[in-house]
Design a protein around this ligand. Structure first.
Ligand code: PMP
Length: 443
């Protein structure tokens, strides 16, 4: 009997005991192809030797120091690695233990910036429906995952939300990508004007939406317009790349593909690839200089900031990505996986959309392709898909649709960057079998 409080109280999970490249192995010897990297974390698979060695070496040298007393070599080296590859203007890094802490930090840095600028009346964040930024009360406040918010509602601070960039459901049939992107982005301008630009701290968005809607990538022009609107009204742009960053889309920073730089950028999962818990917030020179020229400090902090062992793990992961040419590999294997998904599911009666970037892909499941009507949430299709996939030795990341039809169930795929052609075939075969078993029998 497990003494752990699991997320699903009544669920009995297999006991994971070992990793082998892109596979996880349980105590009964069953192998699972990790087609979702857990939750888009394990980008190097589960047994990368150079990362394990680097972590062991750091443990031998110095496992931990507190950031109130020292900086440390791995943290400095990882910060330099990130800053020298980051979108223009992001000159400093703040290390955390995960994605929620990174976003919480970004929100507080943004608020501190305006206080130091002498504009304390700026109190509003604008974010998007169909978004997830973390599980703390502040990050839930700006997040758009209604299920996760509901219980905590009276405690959450108010936030204003606009539509996500969701062409499958929101683009008019006659519209070009660029027109749709501009129309969707202009919702931000309308929200800023409604609230009063002088009261808005910043706009927060996932560069590519992950868990709440399944690999929703911005159409060309959308993020450029968002950047222009933020600049026009002096509103900070905060991009959450906790899931989509660190190479998952084929670019170290996903927004590089859109040709823009945010004022604050967060990353986590792929940064440590699951070998260590680590997240980061990258900060613009303008924000740093404003804080430095004002109070000279940032009222914030956690015990494990810049944890040496976590940073050594993160640095080894990033070195492996460069040494092994894995960004390029994400682009080629991403294109191969996408082509295989399209060949297998492009005409499937229950699959409405196949989308994403790089090795960050998703299928949206619908009961009716013509009307795009989702399955009844009572049917719990996403849970059935997960169970059927696990029974066949496949990990994928399905999430539920909404009762009001705003979105369908979807399956998120985020396999390790090292996935081979043969493993892509295995993934698609097992997924097809799991979906067939999970879908209602054809009438
Ligand atoms: N932002 C995004 C986009 C995420 O996908 C997640 C995790 N799913 C988080 C933030 C929160 O990260 P963590 O669970 O590491 O706190």
């Amino acid at each position: 009997m497990s003494h752990i409080l699991h997320r699903q109280f009544v669920h009995s999970y297999p006991v994971a005991v070992a990793g082998d490249g892109p596979y996880v192995i349980d105590a009964k010897g069953q192998r699972y192809l990790d087609a979702s990297g857990g939750a888009a974390v394990s980008c190097l698979g589960h047994s990368h030797k150079s990362v394990v060695e680097a972590i062991k070496a750091q443990l031998d040298r110095l496992p931990y120091t507190h950031s109130g007393f020292f900086t440390n070599e791995p943290a400095e080296a990882l910060a330099e690695h990130l800053v020298t590859r980051a979108p223009e203007g992001l000159g400093k890094v703040y290390f955390l233990s995960g994605g929620s802490e990174a976003n919480e930090t970004a929100l507080k840095l943004a608020r501190s910036y305006w206080v130091e600028k002498g504009e304390p009346q700026r109190v509003h964040f604008i974010s998007r429906r169909q978004s997830y930024h973390g599980n703390t009360l502040a990050t839930l406040s700006i997040g758009g995952n209604r299920g996760r918010r509901a219980v905590y509602e009276p405690l959450l601070m108010p936030s204003t939300q606009i539509a996500p960039c969701y062409p499958y459901r929101e683009k008019w049939p006659e519209e070009q990508d660029l027109d749709y992107g501009l129309r969707a982005a202009d919702e931000l301008e309308a929200a800023i004007r409604r609230l009063g630009p002088e009261t808005v701290i910043g706009f927060v968005a996932e560069t590519v939406v992950g868990a709440t809607a399944g690999a929703l990538a911005p159409v060309p022009g959308y993020l450029k317009r968002i950047r222009e609107i933020c600049d026009r009204y002096g509103v900070l742009l905060i991009l959450d790349e906790v899931m989509s960053g660190m190479g998952r889309t084929g670019y170290l920073f996903a927004c590089a593909e859109d040709g823009i730089s945010p004022d604050l950028l967060t990353c986590a999962k792929g940064l440590g690839a699951g070998y260590q818990p680590i997240g980061a917030c990258l900060i613009s020179g303008e924000i740093v200089e404003t804080l430095a020229g004002g109070s000279g400090s940032f009222q914030h902090g956690f015990t494990y900031i810049g944890h040496p062992t976590a940073c050594a793990g993160g640095l080894a992961v990033q070195h492996a990505i460069e040494r092994e040419g894995l960004l390029e590999r994400v682009r080629t294997q991403g294109a191969a996986l996408r082509a295989a998904l399209e060949a297998r599911f492009g005409n499937h009666r229950y699959i409405g959309d196949i989308r994403g970037r790089g090795l960050f892909l998703a299928l949206e499941l619908v009961e009716d392709r013509a009307s795009k009507a989702p399955f009844d949430p009572q049917y719990k299709l996403h849970a059935r898909v997960k169970a059927e996939a696990m029974a066949r030795g496949l990990m994928c990341y399905p999430s539920g649709g909404t009762a009001d039809g705003v979105r369908g169930d979807h399956v998120l795929l985020a396999p390790p960057f090292i996935i081979s052609d043969g493993q892509i075939e295995e993934l698609v075969e097992k997924l097809a079998a799991a979906l067939d078993a999970a879908f209602p029998a054809a009438a």
